[in-house]
Structures are given as C-alpha cells and as structure tokens.
Ligand binder design. Structure first.
Ligand code: MG
Length: 344
C-alpha cells in the first residue's frame, strides 16, 4: 500500500475569536492510501485544546504509514486498526485519519458506501445544528441571518451572561437551540436553574455543563434536569462511557476524539445498551472527516456536522447541505472526492 501525508491549511470564510486571538485558518493533515487502482482518504484535524500538535500528528502518521505499507491484512481492518492504535497512547486524531482512510479504501475496493459495508443502511437527510460563535450584538444578528439555511442553532455559552445571550438571540430567531456550555458552570444549583430557564427559551439540549472533574455534581444534576445532558469533554473513547453514563443522558462522539469509525460504532452500541442519546459531532474538519462521520447518521439522535460550511478552500466534496439537512450520496467508501490534487 502506498501512503501519502499532506498538511493543509483550511481557510475560514469568516475569521472568528476575540480581538487578541482571531483565527483565520485551521490545519488538517490529510492521508491518502493507494492499493492498486483504489484510493482511500482520511483526515486528522489538530484540535490544540486536546493537546495534539501538528508535529506529533505528522510523526504518528509517518509511523503508522510504515506499518500500513507492509500491511497485508487490508480485509482484516480490525487487526490493522488495533495495530495502529497500539503505536501510541494518544494521537487520537492521527488514528482517526488512518481509520477513515482504511474504511474509505475498503469501501472503494468493495464498491460499497461505508454505511452499507457496516450494515447500518443509508440515513434519510438529517437536520444538523449550526454553531453561532459568541459575538457582539450587531454581529450576532448578522451571523443568525447567515445561518438562515439551518433550522437548529448551537450556541456556545458558559459565561455569566448566558441568559442575556439567549434572550438576545431570541430577538432574532425562534429556532430550537442547542447550548454548549463547554464546562463553564460550576455550581449545581445554578446549572439546574439555568436549564429550566433555558428550556423556557426553547433550548432543547445542553452539552457539557460542568467541568470534567465535577462528575459527582453531574450525577446530582442529571436526576433533576428537564433537558438532555450530552457529555463532550467528559468522553473521548469507549472506556470513558461507564463513568459518564452516571452523569449524562447522552454522548457527543467525534472521530478526532474517539480514533475513528470503528470505535465510534462500538461506542454507539454500548451507549444504546445504557439507553443513552447519541449526538454525532465534529471539530474544525473538512468534508473528508465530516462525511466519514455522516455515514453513521442513521444511528444518531442528533447531528452537529456543520464544519464543511466554514471554509473557503475545502479540498473535498461529497456531502450536500440543503434546508439545514445533511444529505448522503451513494458513492463508495466515505463518499468523497478530492476537488483538486492536494498531494502533488
Ligand atoms: Mg462541545
């Protein structure tokens, strides 16, 4: 198998952040695996806050690439994916790139979409949330207008001004809202109070209200919450599930956290055994990794797969967004095509 690795700068249509730290771009590392006439693509996005760096990711993919070049067990993906996993304790994004590319390649060889190969089936078009970043009042209105195609909005909260923010948003839209607190609330009584006030304002789910280490407080909150509580920072991989099941009603699965489609499917099966809700999320990744995750839509309650809408120069295509819904195609593997060859 031939392995190619390419770092690439995804340029945002709208730079975002606070004035001291405005982000204009984000780096992804793309992986190309070639076997005979077939090509599989994968992507690692580098979420700095997860402690993964570009140089780490490149070094990991070089090592994984050596293993893949000699891999003869393409059709025993489990064995290959386990071997790649055991190369390192971390590098979850790099592992995801390998997992995505292997599944894409296998799907191309079998001429089957991943959802068919995995026995999931093709999902109907599914409504995704679209994230509105924190901003000044004037810009907030503009952002909500620009999100007019989307029927559910996701709001980043976790400041002292959360209710004011929601009420401000309510001046401009009555769409259902997901609120991602990003660990921002510290007092369990405050959490319960905020949840009931937010429910009155049309919020339909709350993501990661409290810090990861406040698991016991979350167990107290869960018993009293009137809205679904979705774990994000509290869960990366399958072994985290037992603990978060006590404090949350659902989990946000992201390929860059969980190492790829193989583990995501195991997490979904285990979470369903516990009657938990499934949200499929993404990081600042291109159509490549997002389309891989979208293959699992039929297994999800909620999806938050908006990332491909953020860039001027997404090197892949294959996911369609229409009326706020994500639409899968019938192409093999993860269903993407490279727009122009970035590996040259
Ligand atoms: Mg989150």
């Amino acid at each position: 198998m031939k392995v190619s690795i390419k770092p690439y700068s995804l340029e945002f249509k709208h730079p975002f952040g606070v004035s001291s730290n405005i982000r204009h771009n984000t780096i992804s590392v793309f992986l190309k695996l070639e076997a005979g006439a077939y090509t599989g693509f994968g992507e690692a996005c580098i979420p700095e806050y997860l402690g993964e760096t570009l140089s780490d990711t490149l070094a990991f993919l070089e090592a994984a690439g050596k293993l893949l070049e000699n891999a003869d067990q393409l059709f025993d993906l489990t064995q290959t994916i386990n071997a790649v996993d055991s190369l390192s304790e971390k590098n979850n994004a790099g592992k995801a790139a390998v997992d995505i590319a292997l599944h894409d390649l296998k799907g191309k060889i079998l001429n089957m979409p991943f959802y068919e190969m995995a026995g999931i089936g093709k999902s109907e078009p599914m409504t995704t949330s679209f994230t509105i970043g924190l901003d000044k009042e004037s810009k907030l209105e503009q952002k909500i207008i620009e999100a007019s195609d989307f029927s559910v909005l996701k709001i980043k909260a976790g400041t002292a001004d959360d209710l004011r923010l929601i009420r401000l948003i309510r001046k401009f839209t009555s769409k259902p809202l997901y609120v991602d607190v990003n660990q921002g609330w510290r007092d369990r009584h405050h959490v319960i109070n905020m949840i009931s006030r937010m429910k009155e304002e049309g919020v339909i789910l709350i993501e990661q209200p409290m810090p990861v280490k406040m698991q016991e407080e979350m167990e107290w909150v869960k018993e009293r919450s009137s809205l679904p509580l979705i774990a994000d920072e509290s869960i990366k991989r399958l072994p985290d599930l037992d603990k978060v099941a006590e404090g949350f009603t659902g989990i946000n699965i992201k390929l860059m956290k969980c190492t790829g489609l193989a583990e995501a499917m195991k997490m979904i099966a285990a979470a369903r055994e516990k009657n938990m809700k499934i949200l499929l999320g993404c990081m600042a990744e291109s159509t490549c990794a997002t389309a891989a995750m979208a293959q699992l839509m039929k297994l999800a309650d909620y999806i938050d797969l908006d990332a491909p809408n953020l860039y001027k120069n997404d090197p892949f295509e294959g996911l369609t967004y229409r009326n706020g819904k994500v639409i899968l195609n019938d192409q093999p593997g993860i269903g993407v095509k490279m727009r122009s060859d970035i590996f040259l």
